[in-house]
Design a binder for this molecule. Structure first.
Ligand code: SAH
Ligand code: SF4
Ligand code: F3S
Length: 450
């Protein structure tokens, strides 16, 4: 449970506690972040409302993964701007990936925004809110330092240090799961096992907005699962951008008190070397070990699953644990992104079509009934009809239960936007998108029938 900090000017006893409206865009990481933010602020005396019109504070937890996701949040920001100009007193906070990606420029462009908080700084949100509430809204972006918390471009250089003193870890550890919500059918929960990403697929903002890949300690993860199970949660989804790359080397990162601390994960190339080193003596907890531990130590969790898997480096050990553990779902969300080796290479995905298919075969040899889901991007720069045909044939080759299909969206700050022209016309992207949706619908119906 989060303790109210002494510097906070709010407390449970305060009758006119500000009312917060929080809306979430984007992925499960963001949904979890919003839940943690709500728990943290509730413990500090804030109240939450489902109606934006009733709120003193409006928070948008934003996503930057595609332009469309940003536009949705921006239209909400615009609406609040109108209400503020009409004289309504509202504190507007933009949190999450878009705050991190846009930075202070965002407050200059949209002066109705009172605070910005990146996904790596959410533990500081109560302090930022407190600052805004105490000093009132300011429109001077240059003097808004006390209401902005972003990792900025330093995030990667100081990654190691940051992981060691990871204050964000406290936010995950302190989650105030709401028993009322559990009663209302919310008997499932997310548990983060890694934060950030080191893969740098050329189209993707996530490594830029969420920072380096940090692996939480196995004890903290198991403890969190146990705590949730004690509160009635029966279904847990473990979260990580490339969740099967989870690897914790014991004894290498300690807190000042000598406890184990979260640690920065190896990059794509280093992963295999690091996994090899672990077989030479260092005590490690692999992804397979972690799944096994949660399954054995928290049997009250009846369904354990995880997203998102990366098609490379999924060990037989992990597949075996899945196959042999009755409470681990035989489900893999393992995005292929494309069926063309040429495009996969430009995407810097680090595997070929053949390697992807080999992984699917291997997974099915351990679990003949495994459900497979994925993501596909159509219209990546230079994608030809031949490349697209290879993606279609990949879909036909794998019994996908479903696929999320996205049109390529150039993202500022990524390698792809700098290096490749967005040369596939939108109508072509749309057609390819529709064709894949139709094909996937057939495949899904087929898989379902079987
Ligand atoms: N870590 C996960 C994906 C996280 S982002 C993985 O590597 O599989 C979720 C999905 O958004 C991606 O799988 C990808 O299909 C899509 N995506 C990411 N960036 C995109 C972009 N710039 N344009 C279109 N789709 C994108
Ligand atoms: Fe983005 Fe690639 Fe990391 Fe997934 S693995 S979050 S697509 S950079
Ligand atoms: Fe979006 Fe950030 Fe998730 S960019 S997909 S909210 S990690």
């Amino acid at each position: 449970m989060v303790k109210a900090t002494s510097e906070s000017s709010l407390s449970e006893s305060r009758p006119n506690a500000p009312t917060v409206y929080l809306e979430t865009f984007g992925c499960q990481m963001n949904e979890l972040d919003s839940e943690l933010v709500e728990g943290h602020l509730t413990a500090l005396g804030y109240r939450f409302t489902k109606r934006v019109g009733d709120a003193d504070i409006v928070l948008y937890n934003t996503c930057s993964v595609r332009e469309q996701a940003e536009n949705k949040a921006l239209s909400r920001v615009g609406q609040i701007g109108i209400r503020k100009r009409e004289g309504h007193r509202i504190v507007l906070g933009v949190i999450g990936c878009m705050a991190e990606r846009e930075g202070t420029a965002m407050i200059r462009k949209y002066p109705q925004i009172d605070l910005l908080c990146g996904p790596g700084e959410l533990d500081k949100l109560p302090m930022l809110l407190d600052n805004v509430l105490r000093t009132g809204a300011s429109t001077d972006a240059d003097r808004a330092i006390d209401r902005i918390a972003l990792q900025g471009s330093n995030a990667r250089r100081t990654g190691t240090l940051q992981a060691a003193e990871d204050s964000l870890e406290m936010l995950d550890l302190s989650r105030a799961f709401d028993p009322d919500r559990a009663e209302a059918g919310g008997r499932s929960a997310y548990v983060r096992i890694t934060r950030g990403c080191n893969k740098f697929c050329t189209y993707c903002v996530v490594p830029h907005t969420r920072g380096p890949e940090v692996h939480r300690t196995p004890d903290a993860i198991v403890e969190e699962c146990r705590m949730l199970a004690d509160r009635g949660v029966i279904e847990i989804t473990l979260l990580g951008q490339t969740v099967n790359h989870y690897l914790y080397t014991h004894g290498s990162a300690l807190t000042i008190e000598g406890r184990e601390a979260p640690q920065v994960g190896p990059g794509l190339k280093a992963f295999r070397q690091s996994a090899a080193a672990s077989s030479l003596g260092a005590r490690t907890t692999t992804f397979a070990d972690l799944l096994h531990r949660i399954h054995e130590e928290v049997p009250a969790v009846q369904r354990l699953r995880f997203v998102t898997s990366y098609p490379r480096d999924f060990t037989d050990d992990a597949l075996r644990v899945m196959a042999e553990s009755p409470r681990i779902c035989n489900y893999l969300h393992v995005p292929a992104q494309s069926g063309s080796d040429r495009i996969l290479k430009l995407m810097n995905r680090g595997y070929t079509r053949a390697e992807y298919l080999e992984f699917i075969d291997r997974a099915r040899s351990f679990m003949p009934d495994v459900s497979i889901a994925g993501d596909i991007i159509v219209g990546f720069p230079t994608e030809t009809e031949e490349d697209f045909e290879l993606t279609r044939s990949l879909l036909r080759a794998v019994p996908f239960k479903n696929n999320f299909i996205f049109k390529y969206s150039p993202r500022p700050g990524t390698v792809a936007i700098d290096r490749f022209e967005d040369d596939v016309p939108d109508e072509v992207k749309r057609r390819r998108n529709n064709e894949l949706l139709a094909l996937q619908a057939e495949i899904s119906a087929d898989v379902h029938a079987r």
